[in-house]
Design a protein around this ligand. Structure first.
Ligand code: DER
Length: 227
């Protein structure tokens, strides 16, 4: 499909930014998979890298592609992190977490010198108004949802599709999808959500714009946006 062609163009372009000897954060989601596919053939061609996966799924897929893996524990700082996003505004602030992996994705993004976001035109928006996923320990879930309501949000526990009951994240917690409508001050909303007791992370990524390059896959090429 056209969407896959655009994702593939973005992913392949991002992979070609990876240099020999780099430690590379590997994000979660369908677009990053194309970057992994390209890295796999570059590794067959002699590229020597270590990948740090952001989820069980990213780890599994990287293994299938033969990408040597390490952990954030082994490599506390990374050269590059390649990840996807759900919504990106003109200041390169973004919302992530559709895949319920944003907690470890944010750790890997934070550890990286440079953040490469692989996406397609559908992710770009003049303002942030997408659902904000928030990972919370089950113990605190109901109280946290009350606090989200007081912040003007509508919280919904993310339910499994092939599992009865809530989605359980790779860290064993719940993911709460919070709708706020148009988010006028994403920085302060991110810190308010982060500070709710029991919350591990939220999908607002507003602190990384200066080290971010957004690669927008198009049908025949890519557009790279940076501040
Ligand atoms: O969950 C995430 O944060 C993923 O990166 C997601 O936002 C992007 O997934 P996609 O590349 O399949 O759209």
């Amino acid at each position: 499909t056209d969407a896959n062609i655009m994702k593939k163009n973005a992913g392949y372009y991002a992979a070609e930014l990876v240099e020999d000897g780099m430690i590379v954060g590997l994000g979660t989601g369908s677009t990053v998979f194309f970057a992994m596919e390209k890295l796999s053939s570059m590794i067959n061609g002699g590229l020597d890298i270590v990948g740090v996966p952001t989820s069980y799924q990213a780890m599994r897929r990287a293994r299938e592609y033969g990408i040597p893996l390490g952990t954030l524990d082994d490599y506390p700082t990374l050269d590059l992190a390649i990840d996807g996003a759900d919504q990106i505004d003109p200041k390169l602030r973004m919302i992530k977490g559709r895949g319920a992996a944003q907690t470890m994705e944010k750790c890997v993004c934070d550890a990286a010198d440079s953040f490469i976001v692989v996406s397609d035109p559908s992710k770009l928006s003049d303002r942030l108004d997408a659902v904000v996923p928030v990972e919370v320990i089950p113990f605190a879930c109901s109280t946290m949802m009350e606090t989200v309501r007081k912040l003007g949000g509508v919280p919904v526990v993310r339910e499994g599709v092939k599992k009865d009951g809530p989605v359980i994240t790779d860290s064993g917690n719940f993911e709460i999808d919070c709708s706020f409508g148009i988010i006028k001050d994403p920085e302060s909303l991110e810190s308010r959500l982060n500070n709710i007791p029991g919350v591990l992370s939220c999908g607002l990524f507003t602190q990384y714009s200066s080290k971010t390059r957004v690669v927008i896959g198009k049908k025949n090429d890519v557009e790279v946006i940076l501040l």
